[in-house]
Ligand binder design. Structure first.
Ligand SMILES: NC(=O)c1ccc[n+]([C@@H]2O[C@H](COP(=O)([O-])OP(=O)(O)OC[C@H]3O[C@@H](n4cnc5c(N)ncnc54)[C@H](O)[C@@H]3O)[C@@H](O)[C@H]2O)c1
Length: 487
């Protein structure tokens, strides 16, 4: 397989892969990491002689991705797709690949304890942090965390694995590593620090002090739309490159990475591959979470309900496009602290990116795990509008769209496959309430999503209820048209 991929009709590694040193252990070898952080490292190796390589790890799920990677000497294809052209590169920066369930946890911990490891990075999805999205704090009663605290030397959660690796490094007299989250969460570095330090403190106070003093948790803002891989994606990549690659991934041409420059044991020169190294990532993160991810979630719920399977189909509907653009500029942009960015241009660029017909980004995929996403994508902005006495009709419609979606039945009466770590709690709220206002109130009662204050805010409750009733009475397309007409 190696030879085949090296002969693919693609940019293939022109650098000496033997020289690469696995200084980064990455947890979460999913679609996004393959098309984002690894591509930056591949560009650095190709164009700047960098020897920073990866040890790729999956802890939970993704057995097949690791097996596929191993089977082809850790090479895989990334295809960039725009409306009129696809290009491909074969990425060669993975030195090793491990799955905790297949290769064993000890192999993963040993890789994290190799002296040269400088960074442990993560794309484990928001739910992988086992925290409450409403508060950002570790949930000590989360089943993974509770089990790991009983048996900290045999952890399953990402926090448990990182803390055990750090404990072993400390015991061996090795230096600590930087822990860098690349997941879509506000202040992802702070969340990661909270989670790791709270877990470590529950295991051993002295270890927690050592981690506090020796580990940094830089925040990052990551951006590149990488839809889940389908058989169709793999067929298209094969047509392009001439090689069937089960580990292949396709993405948009755009990529962005803003990184807080705070590393304890060195880092690659990511800036040479186009990343921005800054002192404070938070304003950029907020911009992306609210304008991009917030409008994505809005389109995902209301688009799915209207029968639009992909984001680009939503963009072909004038009302959805206008509503998404207005949400970005009228209701998200005013809440932001970012300076020196032309937000109108940013919004136009987002609409153009969403319209890319080659992307096929499923509304269902973006709709997943809403309980983990709504707080940072919509509810923080709602709180800002309540303080500043501004209108927030589209945000209210987005929240109502989520409520209608998690009701589990679409507008044609078909079941919706709702996927969410809080599904049991959501289903309990849905089953225990009558359709309409009572359903809205029951869902607003989920504290892990809405906190304690918003459900008491009469204006918020009234606006979400009104939008929800409109969705029930008129359906998503007509309701989005009605709301979009105001802009
Ligand atoms: N796909 C995108 O366009 C995109 C864009 C920006 C940011 N992101 C971020 O990357 C994350 C991953 O996205 P993806 O597209 O790679 O998804 P994916 O489904 O392809 O991969 C998910 C990864 O998370 C791991 N994982 C899942 N649950 C876990 C848990 N409880 N503990 C540890 N690991 C766990 C899996 O092993 C897998 O490697 C997103 O949740 C988001 O935060 C994605």
């Amino acid at each position: 397989m190696e030879n085949q991929l090296l002969k693919a009709n693609a940019v293939v590694p022109a650098y000496d892969r033997q020289r690469l040193v696995p200084r980064i252990v990455h947890l979460g070898f999913g679609a996004f990491h393959r098309a984002h952080q690894s591509v930056y490292a591949d560009i650095l190796a190709t164009e700047h002689g960098s020897d920073w390589g990866y040890c790729e790890v999956n802890l939970i799920g993704g057995e097949q991705q690791i097996a596929d990677l191993k089977a082809q000497d850790n090479l895989y294809t990334v295809a960039e797709m725009s409306a009129d052209a696809w290009t491909a590169r074969v990425v060669g920066v993975a030195k090793r690949a491990l799955h905790a369930g297949v290769d064993g946890l000890e192999a993963v911990l040993a890789a994290m304890c190799e002296p040269q490891v400088a960074i442990v990075s993560l794309t484990i999805t928001e739910k992988g942090y086992c925290h409450s999205p409403a508060t950002g704090q570790l949930m000590l009663d989360h089943p993974f965390i509770a089990a790991d605290l009983q048996n900290p030397q045999q952890p399953k959660s990402a926090a448990g694995v990182i803390v055990e690796a750090l404990a072993r490094r400390k015991a061996k007299g090795l230096a600590a590593f930087t822990v860098m989250s690349c997941d879509n969460m506000p202040e992802n570095g702070h969340v990661t620090r909270n989670v790791i330090c709270a877990y470590a403190r529950a295991v051993n106070a002295e270890l927690a002090d050592w981690i506090d003093a020796n580990v940094t948790f830089p925040s990052t803002m990551v951006d590149r739309i990488v839809p889940a891989v389908t058989a169709d994606t793999l067929d298209k990549i094969e047509q392009l490159t001439g090689v069937r690659d089960p580990a292949g991934v396709a993405c948009e041409p755009f990529r962005q990475w803003v990184i807080e420059d705070n590393f304890v044991a060195g880092r690659p020169e990511w800036e040479k591959a186009g990343a921005e190294l800054v002192a404070d990532v938070v304003p950029f993160e907020e911009m992306k979470l609210r304008m991009l991810n917030g409008s994505h979630s809005f389109l995902a719920y209301l688009g799915y309900l209207a029968g639009y399977q992909h984001i680009n189909e939503c963009m072909e509907d004038d009302n959805y496009r206008r509503a998404a653009h207005a949400l970005m500029l009228q209701e998200q942009a005013p809440t932001l602290k970012v300076k020196g960015v032309d937000l109108a241009h940013y919004a136009d660029l987002l609409i153009a990116r969403y319209s890319n017909p080659a992307l096929r980004h499923r509304t269902w995929q973006i709709a997943m795990d809403g309980s983990q996403k709504l707080p940072q994508r919509m509810l923080d902005s709602v709180r800002w509008h309540r303080v500043h006495q501004h209108a927030f009709d589209l945000l209210a419609l987005g929240v109502a769209g989520w409520m209608r979606y998690v009701g589990g039945v679409d507008e044609q009466g078909n079941a919706i496959e709702v996927s969410d770590p809080l599904l049991a709690v959501i289903q309990q709220a849905v089953a225990g309430s009558a359709e309409g206002e009572a359903r809205v109130n029951a869902l607003l009662g989920i504290e892990a999503i809405f906190g304690t204050e918003l459900p008491k805010d009469a204006t918020f409750v009234e606006q979400v209820t009104r939008a929800y009733q409109a969705l029930l009475a008129n359906g998503a397309k007509a309701t989005v048209a009605q709301y979009a007409a105001k802009f």
